[in-house]
Design a protein around this ligand. Structure first.
Ligand SMILES: Nc1ncnc2c1ncn2[C@@H]1O[C@H](COP(=O)(O)OP(=O)(O)O)[C@@H](O)[C@H]1O
Ligand SMILES: [Mg+2]
Length: 326
């Protein structure tokens, strides 16, 4: 099958405010993901960055079909998964996996490592039970966990080891796409680097596609050749990672990168993140970043900027972008 492995088209996810329920339409909605479109190729890693609360996890969970979107499509290998009834979705489930930020929360403390790693096989009824243990052992070795781990509970392991176990569990169904939701955020710096190395290794070995979610552009730049920037649920910029770091086009991207040391940024000067004047944002209208934007124009208040191409592989949703010419 040609075409991208994953195609997210106009994806919108709204929550009922204060209640926590998912609604398809109605009043009092909070839009966590707002008309987001992007694609991931086979074997490609796309980064997704944005501050806390920007909708990254919600988007990632929707991609792996853990939550249903309010509107839009999620095409996987050419098929819109959001249109499929549960039964028809079943064969796709093993092909999409997710690794969560905190392995302490995501690994059942009452299970042994063997039960944790083989759980997706049990839930999805995949393969012969007799082969599960061998499969778990093989994967644990591949992620750097020793054989004696099998019978032990997750609390016997360090944060880094637990994240390796969570990665083994994601791999057990032989997925093609893995959503990595801040997989290294809870780890110290040296462990982060080792997990990033492992993820890059596994990507090459199994030809995996990743959606790599992080608030840390440094971690993202290690794995992802392209990166998408989310602000309040809106995909404001999409670009090759290096070009984006060197010359951010969206003022929000520039502000986000401003929190980084200059050796990551690749240049020392960045526009001031402080708004020069405050423009009241009209909910649902205008640019979501208008109220914080140092480059705000009158029309930013009333007219939502459409995402448009601004150069090789680069797109930005901004009426007044920074000069991104390399
Ligand atoms: N089940 C839910 N019900 C209501 N609001 C939610 C729910 N899940 C997430 N949200 C809200 O959606 C926004 C985006 O959350 P999230 O996707 O977790 O952001 P991120 O991962 O970028 O930090 C937040 O404001 C969060 O409070
Ligand atoms: Mg999150």
């Amino acid at each position: 099958m040609s075409g991208p492995l994953l195609g997210v088209e106009d994806l919108t996810i709204a929550f009922e405010q204060g209640v926590g329920g998912l609604l398809r339409r109605g009043q009092g909605l909070f839009t966590a993901v707002d008309h987001v479109s992007f694609a991931i190729g086979r074997g490609e890693c796309v980064g997704l960055i944005g501050e806390s609360g920007s909708g990254k996890t919600t988007l990632g969970r929707a991609v792996v079909q853990l939550i249903a979107p309010s509107a839009g499509l999620i095409r996987f290998d050419g098929t819109d998964l959001t249109a499929l009834p549960a039964r028809a979705l079943r064969p796709y489930r093993p092909r999409l996996q997710i690794v969560f930020q905190d392995p302490t929360e995501s690994l059942n403390p009452r299970f042994s490592v063997e039960e944790i790693v083989t759980e997706p096989l049990r839930l999805l009824k995949l393969g012969e039970r007799a082969g599960w243990r061998e499969r778990a052992l093989r994967l644990l070795r591949q992620v750097g966990v020793t054989d004696d781990a099998l019978s032990r509970p997750p609390r016997h392991f360090s944060g880094g080891q637990r994240q390796r176990i969570a990665i083994a569990r994601a791999l057990v169904t032989e997925p093609e796409l893995i959503v990595l939701d801040e997989p290294t955020s809870g780890l110290d710096v040296s462990m982060q680097a080792r997990i990033l190395n492992l993820l890059r290794d596994l990507q090459g070995r199994f030809g995996l596609s990743y959606l790599f979610i992080s608030h840390d552009i440094g971690a993202v730049s290690y794995l992802a050749a392209r990166v998408a920037v989310l602000y309040r649920g809106v995909l404001v910029e999409l670009a090759p990672t290096r070009a984006l770091i060197a010359h951010p086009a969206h003022p929000y991207t520039a502000a986000l990168l401003g929190a980084l040391p200059s050796w990551v940024r690749g240049r020392s000067e960045l526009p001031a993140a402080e708004p020069t004047r405050i423009v009241a944002a009209v909910p649902g209208q205008g640019c979501p970043y208008a109220a914080r934007c140092p480059r705000v124009l009158e029309r930013c208040r009333t007219q939502r900027p459409e995402r448009r191409a601004i150069g090789a592989g680069r797109e930005v949703a901004c009426h007044n972008p920074l000069d991104s010419a390399a």
